[in-house]
Design a protein around this ligand. Structure first.
Ligand code: CTP
Ligand code: CA
Length: 227
């Protein structure tokens, strides 16, 4: 198996994948989260292992088992995820599939917040660091191939192109989350691959097949960038 793995198209490459949601604490027992299951990110990590890569999977809280053959780092919050990514660098490819919470509670309680006579707690939100943009915009140890995702319900391509430019990554995998059945938590995905010069639309596929096809695509891109 070792022989097989080290002979794939990504042999000798280090791939960092982020996956799942993040949990942002309100107090020690409560948090803000989203519906991400981690299925797509975990499938990508698996496909990268099968392609011979050394894979670091940085996962938010999910119910999925750790995929075989990856170095797994479990994190809770966006800030922990950013730290874990920085620690895992350098890498040849970064694939940031996590549904990072956009906001966290600035004044999270150190103790459980108690009800008091109908008075509501005053939670103030602050923006989380943008992990994809932070890593894509740095000059030192930026992975040569940076891939982001975009969950959109309308103007999918247009929004993805804006995200590509704003975040400074090389490719955006745009999810059409308006698809019947629901992408978040579901087993299939309809994606558009958006680069600065091109848009490629794939048919609806299982998340496993999207992962395999994406890793094939990225292997070719990494190969092309060499020459
Ligand atoms: N992302 C990230 N860190 C964040 C927010 C997003 O790394 N704090 C990454 C996601 O992992 C994804 C990409 O950025 O690869 C796009 O995430 P998305 O939520 O679609 O974009 P946002 O910039 O957060 O914009 P919005 O949610 O307002 O559409
Ligand atoms: Ca967001």
């Amino acid at each position: 198996e070792r022989l097989l793995a080290s002979s794939g198209p990504l042999a000798g490459k280090h791939v960092i994948v982020t996956s799942g949601p993040t949990h942002e604490p309100i107090d020690p027992v409560r948090y803000i989260a989203n519906r991400s299951s981690g299925k797509q990110g975990h499938a990508i990590a698996k496909a990268a292992v099968e392609a011979g890569a050394r894979v670091t999977l940085i996962s938010g809280p999910v119910t999925l088992p750790d995929p075989a053959g990856v170095t797994i780092v479990h994190v809770e919050s966006a800030r922990e995820m950013l730290q874990a990514v920085e620690k895992a660098l350098p890498a040849d490819i970064g694939i940031f599939a996590a549904a990072v919470a956009d906001w966290r509670v600035a004044n999270a309680g150190e103790q459980k917040i108690k009800k008091k006579d109908g008075a509501l707690p005053n939670l103030s939100l602050t923006e989380n660091p943008d992990i994809l943009a932070t890593i894509s915009h740095r000059t030192e140890s930026r992975p040569p191939l940076m891939v982001g995702f975009a969950a959109e319900t309308e103007h999918v391509i247009e929004h993805a192109k804006q995200k590509l430019a704003k975040k400074g990554c090389d490719l955006i995998v745009a999810n059409d989350v308006s698809t019947a059945g629901g992408v978040m938590g579901g087993d299939s995905n309809t994606v558009h691959l958006v680069t600065a010069s091109d848009v490629e639309t794939w048919p609806t596929l299982s998340k496993t097949d999207v992962a395999k096809k994406l890793i094939g695509h990225l292997s070719a891109m990494a190969e092309g960038a060499k020459s």
